[in-house]
Design a protein around this ligand. Sequence first.
Ligand code: 5GP
Length: 139
Amino acid sequence: MSDTIFTKIIAGDIPSHKVYEDDKVFAFLDINPLSPGHTLVIPKEPAKTLDVLSDESSAAIGRALPRIARAVMAATGTDQYNILQNNGPRAHQAVFHVHFHIIPKTDGGSGLGVGWKPGNLDSVEGSALALRIAEAITN
Ligand code: 5GP
């Protein structure tokens, strides 16, 4: 685990517009918002990607995220929003410290644009794949 700009933001060494903090979670406005109220929710633990985040920090994020989403909705007046969480450079992760984006979708359409090109799930391949994933889940 290595320090990123988010470590410095948590420490207050780099200023941010903080909206929430507890012992495990920090949240602040994104410096380049896709829409007003675009907020980043991060664990204080400096894990690079979600799959290596501790259970304790994961639980704390899970508790805080809906609360902060409700507050963003109340403050911006939006009733629709996306949660985005990128892992790895090919998946558009630019800062290697786990973060969840809360991105309000405005009436005018600003917010997250999604290029979604769905395929079709083959049932035989799907059965094998679901089994491989299920067997790989650890506690
Ligand atoms: P990613 O592409 O890694 O999911 O998103 C990283 C986000 O962090 C971007 O939306 C970017 O605007 C935001 N960001 C990067 N540096 C800073 C910063 O110094 N301050 C704030 N508030 N946001 C930042």
